[in-house]
Design a protein around this ligand. Sequence first.
Ligand code: GUN
Length: 283
Amino acid sequence: MAEIIDGKAIAAAVKEDLAAQAKMYEEKYGRKIGLAVVKVGNDPASEVYVRNKIVACGKTGVRSFSYELPEDESEEDLLALVDKLNDDPEVDGILVQLPLPKHLNEKKVLARIRPEKDADGFHVVNAGGILLGLPCTKPCTPAGIIELIKSTGADISGKHAVVIGRSNIVGKPCAMLLLAENATVTICHSRTVDLKSITLTADILVAAVGIKEFVTGDMIKPGAIVIDVGMNRENGKLYGDVNFPEAEKRAAYITPVPGGVGPMTIAMLLKNTVEAAYRCREN
Ligand code: GUN
Protein backbone atom coordinates (compact mmCIF):
# COMPACT_ATOMS: atom_id res chain seq x y z
CA MET A 1 0.00 0.00 0.00
CA ALA A 2 1.23 3.45 -0.91
CA GLU A 3 2.36 5.93 1.68
CA ILE A 4 0.15 9.02 1.65
CA ILE A 5 1.90 12.32 0.97
CA ASP A 6 0.22 14.59 3.50
CA GLY A 7 -0.01 17.87 1.58
CA LYS A 8 -1.96 19.50 4.36
CA ALA A 9 0.75 18.85 6.95
CA ILE A 10 3.59 19.82 4.61
CA ALA A 11 1.75 23.02 3.66
CA ALA A 12 1.16 23.80 7.36
CA ALA A 13 4.91 23.57 8.03
CA VAL A 14 5.66 25.87 5.07
CA LYS A 15 3.05 28.38 6.28
CA GLU A 16 4.45 28.32 9.81
CA ASP A 17 7.85 29.31 8.45
CA LEU A 18 6.26 31.99 6.25
CA ALA A 19 4.31 33.38 9.22
CA ALA A 20 7.61 33.92 11.04
CA GLN A 21 9.04 35.70 7.99
CA ALA A 22 5.88 37.82 7.64
CA LYS A 23 6.13 38.81 11.30
CA MET A 24 9.78 39.80 10.88
CA TYR A 25 8.85 41.86 7.85
CA GLU A 26 6.18 43.71 9.78
CA GLU A 27 8.58 44.42 12.66
CA LYS A 28 11.26 45.65 10.30
CA TYR A 29 9.18 47.69 7.85
CA GLY A 30 6.14 48.71 9.92
CA ARG A 31 3.45 47.18 7.77
CA LYS A 32 2.11 43.76 6.90
CA ILE A 33 2.99 42.01 3.66
CA GLY A 34 0.00 42.45 1.33
CA LEU A 35 -1.63 40.24 -1.29
CA ALA A 36 -4.40 41.52 -3.59
CA VAL A 37 -6.87 38.81 -4.59
CA VAL A 38 -9.07 39.67 -7.57
CA LYS A 39 -12.08 37.57 -8.51
CA VAL A 40 -14.37 38.42 -11.40
CA GLY A 41 -17.80 36.80 -11.58
CA ASN A 42 -19.25 33.88 -9.67
CA ASP A 43 -17.47 30.73 -10.80
CA PRO A 44 -18.29 28.34 -7.92
CA ALA A 45 -14.86 26.68 -7.84
CA SER A 46 -13.15 30.09 -7.86
CA GLU A 47 -15.29 31.17 -4.90
CA VAL A 48 -13.90 28.27 -2.86
CA TYR A 49 -10.28 28.78 -3.96
CA VAL A 50 -10.36 32.51 -3.30
CA ARG A 51 -11.91 32.04 0.13
CA ASN A 52 -9.23 29.49 1.04
CA LYS A 53 -6.49 31.84 -0.14
CA ILE A 54 -7.84 34.73 1.93
CA VAL A 55 -8.15 32.53 5.04
CA ALA A 56 -4.57 31.32 4.53
CA CYS A 57 -3.35 34.93 4.29
CA GLY A 58 -4.99 35.71 7.63
CA LYS A 59 -3.39 32.69 9.32
CA THR A 60 0.04 33.60 7.97
CA GLY A 61 -0.07 37.27 8.97
CA VAL A 62 -0.34 38.47 5.36
CA ARG A 63 -2.88 41.23 4.74
CA SER A 64 -5.31 40.39 1.95
CA PHE A 65 -6.98 42.98 -0.23
CA SER A 66 -10.02 41.27 -1.69
CA TYR A 67 -11.74 42.51 -4.85
CA GLU A 68 -14.93 40.73 -5.90
CA LEU A 69 -15.99 42.16 -9.25
CA PRO A 70 -19.24 41.49 -11.10
CA GLU A 71 -19.50 39.01 -13.99
CA ASP A 72 -19.97 41.87 -16.47
CA GLU A 73 -16.90 43.86 -15.31
CA SER A 74 -15.36 45.68 -18.26
CA GLU A 75 -11.84 44.88 -19.36
CA GLU A 76 -10.95 48.56 -19.09
CA ASP A 77 -12.00 48.72 -15.44
CA LEU A 78 -10.24 45.47 -14.59
CA LEU A 79 -7.02 46.70 -16.20
CA ALA A 80 -7.39 49.98 -14.31
CA LEU A 81 -7.64 48.03 -11.04
CA VAL A 82 -4.50 46.03 -11.93
CA ASP A 83 -2.69 49.32 -12.66
CA LYS A 84 -3.79 50.70 -9.30
CA LEU A 85 -2.57 47.57 -7.47
CA ASN A 86 0.72 47.64 -9.41
CA ASP A 87 1.30 51.15 -8.04
CA ASP A 88 0.08 50.49 -4.50
CA PRO A 89 3.10 50.28 -2.16
CA GLU A 90 1.09 48.22 0.36
CA VAL A 91 0.46 45.48 -2.20
CA ASP A 92 3.37 43.07 -2.64
CA GLY A 93 1.57 40.40 -4.64
CA ILE A 94 -1.39 40.40 -7.01
CA LEU A 95 -3.44 37.45 -8.15
CA VAL A 96 -6.31 37.44 -10.60
CA GLN A 97 -8.27 34.23 -10.14
CA LEU A 98 -8.80 32.24 -13.35
CA PRO A 99 -10.86 31.49 -15.32
CA LEU A 100 -12.07 34.99 -16.17
CA PRO A 101 -15.49 35.51 -17.78
CA LYS A 102 -15.31 34.90 -21.55
CA HIS A 103 -15.50 38.56 -22.58
CA LEU A 104 -12.23 39.35 -20.80
CA ASN A 105 -8.86 38.72 -22.41
CA GLU A 106 -7.01 36.60 -19.87
CA LYS A 107 -3.61 36.99 -21.55
CA LYS A 108 -3.94 40.77 -21.63
CA VAL A 109 -4.98 40.97 -17.97
CA LEU A 110 -2.16 38.70 -16.76
CA ALA A 111 0.37 40.64 -18.86
CA ARG A 112 -0.70 43.84 -17.11
CA ILE A 113 0.41 42.62 -13.65
CA ARG A 114 3.94 43.79 -12.92
CA PRO A 115 6.12 40.65 -13.04
CA GLU A 116 7.60 41.56 -9.64
CA LYS A 117 4.10 41.44 -8.10
CA ASP A 118 2.92 38.37 -10.05
CA ALA A 119 2.16 36.11 -7.07
CA ASP A 120 0.89 33.33 -9.36
CA GLY A 121 3.90 33.27 -11.67
CA PHE A 122 1.61 33.48 -14.71
CA HIS A 123 3.15 36.56 -16.34
CA VAL A 124 4.97 35.85 -19.60
CA VAL A 125 8.23 37.11 -18.06
CA ASN A 126 7.99 34.55 -15.27
CA ALA A 127 6.81 31.80 -17.65
CA GLY A 128 9.81 32.55 -19.84
CA GLY A 129 12.08 32.57 -16.80
CA ILE A 130 11.04 29.02 -15.95
CA LEU A 131 11.83 27.89 -19.49
CA LEU A 132 15.29 29.47 -19.42
CA GLY A 133 16.04 28.54 -15.80
CA LEU A 134 16.29 32.19 -14.69
CA PRO A 135 15.40 33.39 -11.18
CA CYS A 136 11.66 34.04 -11.40
CA THR A 137 8.36 33.53 -9.63
CA LYS A 138 7.22 29.95 -10.15
CA PRO A 139 3.56 29.02 -10.59
CA CYS A 140 2.16 27.78 -7.30
CA THR A 141 0.79 24.36 -8.20
CA PRO A 142 3.93 23.15 -10.05
CA ALA A 143 6.18 24.55 -7.30
CA GLY A 144 4.07 22.74 -4.72
CA ILE A 145 4.25 19.50 -6.70
CA ILE A 146 8.06 19.59 -6.65
CA GLU A 147 8.00 20.12 -2.85
CA LEU A 148 5.60 17.19 -2.41
CA ILE A 149 7.80 14.89 -4.50
CA LYS A 150 10.89 15.97 -2.56
CA SER A 151 9.08 15.33 0.74
CA THR A 152 9.22 11.58 -0.04
CA GLY A 153 13.02 11.77 0.05
CA ALA A 154 13.16 10.45 -3.52
CA ASP A 155 15.86 11.69 -5.85
CA ILE A 156 14.16 13.18 -8.92
CA SER A 157 17.37 13.20 -10.97
CA GLY A 158 17.37 10.67 -13.80
CA LYS A 159 13.82 9.50 -13.08
CA HIS A 160 11.17 9.30 -15.76
CA ALA A 161 8.50 11.87 -14.91
CA VAL A 162 5.29 11.76 -16.91
CA VAL A 163 2.97 14.75 -16.77
CA ILE A 164 -0.55 14.23 -18.10
CA GLY A 165 -1.85 17.66 -19.09
CA ARG A 166 -0.31 20.58 -20.94
CA SER A 167 -1.97 23.66 -19.46
CA ASN A 168 -0.03 26.88 -19.02
CA ILE A 169 -0.86 26.84 -15.30
CA VAL A 170 0.14 23.28 -14.41
CA GLY A 171 1.29 20.84 -17.10
CA LYS A 172 3.83 22.90 -19.02
CA PRO A 173 5.52 24.64 -16.05
CA CYS A 174 5.48 21.41 -14.03
CA ALA A 175 7.36 19.67 -16.84
CA MET A 176 9.94 22.49 -16.87
CA LEU A 177 10.48 22.32 -13.10
CA LEU A 178 10.90 18.53 -13.26
CA LEU A 179 13.40 19.01 -16.08
CA ALA A 180 15.28 21.51 -13.93
CA GLU A 181 15.51 18.73 -11.31
CA ASN A 182 17.12 16.55 -14.00
CA ALA A 183 14.17 14.23 -14.55
CA THR A 184 13.55 12.77 -17.99
CA VAL A 185 10.20 14.33 -18.76
CA THR A 186 7.32 13.25 -20.99
CA ILE A 187 4.27 15.45 -21.44
CA CYS A 188 1.10 13.58 -22.40
CA HIS A 189 -2.26 15.06 -23.37
CA SER A 190 -5.61 14.33 -24.95
CA ARG A 191 -4.04 13.46 -28.33
CA THR A 192 -1.41 11.13 -26.92
CA VAL A 193 -1.56 7.67 -28.51
CA ASP A 194 -1.42 4.67 -26.14
CA LEU A 195 -1.15 6.75 -22.98
CA LYS A 196 -1.03 3.67 -20.75
CA SER A 197 2.20 2.38 -22.35
CA ILE A 198 3.83 5.69 -21.38
CA THR A 199 2.39 6.06 -17.88
CA LEU A 200 3.48 2.50 -17.08
CA THR A 201 7.10 3.69 -17.43
CA ALA A 202 6.62 6.67 -15.11
CA ASP A 203 8.63 6.73 -11.88
CA ILE A 204 6.82 9.99 -11.15
CA LEU A 205 3.31 10.45 -12.52
CA VAL A 206 1.60 13.85 -12.37
CA ALA A 207 -2.09 13.76 -13.30
CA ALA A 208 -3.42 17.18 -14.32
CA VAL A 209 -6.17 16.33 -16.77
CA GLY A 210 -9.31 17.55 -15.04
CA ILE A 211 -11.22 14.30 -15.51
CA LYS A 212 -12.50 12.42 -12.47
CA GLU A 213 -10.50 9.23 -11.77
CA PHE A 214 -8.98 9.27 -15.26
CA VAL A 215 -5.82 7.45 -14.13
CA THR A 216 -6.64 3.88 -13.16
CA GLY A 217 -4.49 1.44 -11.21
CA ASP A 218 -3.42 -0.51 -14.31
CA MET A 219 -1.79 2.67 -15.71
CA ILE A 220 0.61 3.01 -12.77
CA LYS A 221 4.10 1.54 -12.57
CA PRO A 222 4.47 -0.37 -9.29
CA GLY A 223 6.48 1.78 -6.87
CA ALA A 224 5.74 5.08 -8.63
CA ILE A 225 5.19 8.46 -6.99
CA VAL A 226 1.71 9.62 -8.00
CA ILE A 227 0.74 13.30 -7.76
CA ASP A 228 -2.96 14.01 -8.27
CA VAL A 229 -3.72 17.60 -9.32
CA GLY A 230 -7.41 16.91 -10.01
CA MET A 231 -10.16 18.98 -8.37
CA ASN A 232 -13.29 17.53 -9.92
CA ARG A 233 -16.46 18.44 -8.04
CA GLU A 234 -19.45 16.13 -8.34
CA ASN A 235 -22.52 16.45 -6.13
CA GLY A 236 -20.55 18.48 -3.62
CA LYS A 237 -17.77 15.91 -3.35
CA LEU A 238 -14.22 16.41 -4.59
CA TYR A 239 -12.59 13.77 -6.81
CA GLY A 240 -9.03 13.64 -8.12
CA ASP A 241 -7.80 12.71 -11.58
CA VAL A 242 -6.58 9.41 -10.12
CA ASN A 243 -8.64 6.44 -8.97
CA PHE A 244 -7.23 6.52 -5.45
CA PRO A 245 -8.26 3.06 -4.14
CA GLU A 246 -6.71 1.38 -7.21
CA ALA A 247 -3.66 3.61 -7.34
CA GLU A 248 -2.69 3.21 -3.70
CA LYS A 249 -2.31 -0.54 -4.29
CA ARG A 250 0.39 0.10 -6.92
CA ALA A 251 2.14 3.37 -6.03
CA ALA A 252 4.86 3.82 -3.41
CA TYR A 253 3.64 7.35 -2.61
CA ILE A 254 0.44 9.14 -3.51
CA THR A 255 -1.21 12.49 -2.82
CA PRO A 256 -4.84 12.42 -1.65
CA VAL A 257 -7.64 14.66 -2.93
CA PRO A 258 -8.44 16.74 -0.96
CA GLY A 259 -5.39 17.29 1.23
CA GLY A 260 -2.59 16.88 -1.31
CA VAL A 261 -1.74 19.37 -4.02
CA GLY A 262 -4.46 21.92 -3.09
CA PRO A 263 -3.03 23.04 0.27
CA MET A 264 0.48 23.19 -1.22
CA THR A 265 -0.70 25.49 -4.01
CA ILE A 266 -1.89 27.97 -1.39
CA ALA A 267 1.31 27.64 0.65
CA MET A 268 3.35 28.40 -2.48
CA LEU A 269 1.17 31.43 -3.24
CA LEU A 270 2.02 32.81 0.19
CA LYS A 271 5.69 31.94 -0.33
CA ASN A 272 5.71 33.87 -3.61
CA THR A 273 4.08 36.84 -1.87
CA VAL A 274 6.51 36.87 1.06
CA GLU A 275 9.45 36.55 -1.31
CA ALA A 276 8.10 39.37 -3.50
CA ALA A 277 7.82 41.62 -0.45
CA TYR A 278 11.40 41.01 0.67
CA ARG A 279 12.77 41.20 -2.89
CA CYS A 280 11.20 44.64 -3.30
CA ARG A 281 13.00 45.89 -0.14
CA GLU A 282 16.32 44.24 -0.77
CA ASN A 283 16.80 45.23 -4.42
N1 GUN B 1 -7.33 28.90 -11.32
C1 GUN B 1 -6.99 27.62 -11.08
N2 GUN B 1 -5.83 27.57 -10.41
C2 GUN B 1 -5.43 28.83 -10.23
C3 GUN B 1 -4.29 29.41 -9.59
O1 GUN B 1 -3.39 28.75 -9.06
N3 GUN B 1 -4.26 30.77 -9.60
C4 GUN B 1 -5.21 31.53 -10.20
N4 GUN B 1 -5.06 32.85 -10.19
N5 GUN B 1 -6.26 31.01 -10.80
C5 GUN B 1 -6.37 29.68 -10.80
